[in-house]
Design a protein. Structure first.
Length: 140
């Protein structure tokens, strides 16, 4: 059931401003999702998580200053209640396994449909994982 009274609070982390803008517009179209912050690297993401305490972080992996794997590890260590969804273009098996080991709940590719991303955010907030089909093939 979609809860519009207490929307899921989301932070976007990606070094590409245009993608963050597109994701921000996407979030606006769902009454149960609320954008509470944007970051262009993992270092900024940590600061926003400390201040805003989101429910879910959409995390890119390859970024300057601090990459997504390091940021995911530090967020999950400091704020275990915050779920991290990897949203990336990179599907190397070692990268997937590494970020899941440090605490990402889901691993999705940026080509995901908007409704599927919204479902993944809701699932993560509820403690369930979502994976792109290509990721499942690599992990099996």
């Amino acid at each position: 059931m979609i809860n519009t009274q207490n929307p899921i609070r989301v932070v976007l982390v990606d070094d590409h401003a245009m993608l963050r803008k597109a994701l921000a517009v996407f979030l606006l179209s769902y009454s149960d999702l609320k954008l509470v912050g944007e970051a262009s690297n993992g270092n900024e993401a940590l600061a926003i998580c400390a201040e805003k305490r989101p429910d879910v972080v959409l995390m890119d992996l390859i970024m300057p200053i601090m990459d997504g794997v390091t940021a995911t590890k530090l967020i999950r260590q400091s704020y275990p209640e915050i779920q991290v969804i990897v949203l990336t273009s990179f599907g190397e098996e070692t990268l997937i396994k590494e970020v899941l080991e440090v605490g990402a709940i889901s691993y999705l590719f940026k080509k995901i449909l908007a409704d599927d991303l919204a479902k993944a955010i809701r699932a993560a907030e509820a403690g369930s994982s979502t994976f792109s089909p290509e990721v499942i093939e690599l992990l099996v």
